[in-house]
Design a binder for this molecule. Sequence first.
Ligand code: G6P
Length: 367
Amino acid sequence: GAVGKDGYRHYMEKELHEHPLVIGQTLQRMIDPATRKVVLPDMPVDLATVPRAAITACGSAFYAGVVGRYWLEEIARLPVDIDVASEMRYRNPPLTPGSLGILISQSGETADTLAAMRSLKQAGLPILSILNAEHSSMARESDVVLGTVAGPEISVASTKAFTAQLTVLACLTIAIARARGTLDALGEEELVTALLDLPSKAAEVFTHGDAIRKMATIVAEARDVLYLGRGSGYPVAMEGALKLKEISYIHAEAYAAGEMKHGPISLIDRTVPIVATVPSGVLFDKTLSNLQEARARGGRLLAFTDDEGAERVSAIAEQTIVLPKVHPFVTPLIQTIGVQILAYETALLKGTDVDQPRNLAKSVTVE
Ligand code: G6P
């Protein structure tokens, strides 16, 4: 039957609040509770020897894929090519025989992604799809489907489907790393524990609603916003910027924090707020020094960090949201929820049509 808003003002607000549930449901599907091991269906390639993966998707699903690339390369040592579907489809890349094609889509119907998938198939690649709509065109044409258990997503701007995609990609990374011998049993236990810890930590993000609303008052006044992050925080910055553009119509651009000095630093002044994702971890110091450079040029710094980074970030940022500290592997999921809520709160202040932003469609079935 029809999906209601359950007392929320918008589907997007409701779907944001479903993050903890959806992450938990997706983990239930992928992790055996008895053994605490990731369990995959039969794969169309031998995960131990697959030489490469080619990931393609559009929109938010593409950014989930970029996080997936960081994980697969770092943890499973699997080389990954990634491109948006509309480019992958036409640039005729040389694909390594025996590689695995990975498609990511909420709807399973996006025309560009479907076409890119067919071109990968034509090149002889077996296809693994990460889909929310398990009865879709992509599902029918894939060799194997890993479902995101996000339920129907009505809001045009993706929220819970994105974190569910990250959850599946995290589990896939663990399974591939195990098969390739880059992750031992102890390592797997550590990463699985980090994942199982997520639903409760994701729920904690919503206790910061007031602080994020306050941050939104600054963002809502801006014409342009710069999003910065490093490592797996870079695609989180891209997702944050996309969400802001989609629903508040404020121009936003995401940059790898270390690359800022090669261009966008010339834009920085009081009128261009900087939204930074800077969780504790190996790249914390590097990111913080990039942010200091921005601040020294008069930039207004709005930061998302965690308990461990709080003191040093709040020393330089105008506003700091202290999200729960989680294992560095899973920080992209927690940070994403923060930037998605910021986009939502900003759109409310702008008075835009949050669930049905102008010119956008939930599922784009034309090229
Ligand atoms: C549209 C939506 C985006 C979405 C993209 C990919 O452009 O506005 O929010 O991320 O399609 O959709 P898919 O269903 O393939 O994940």
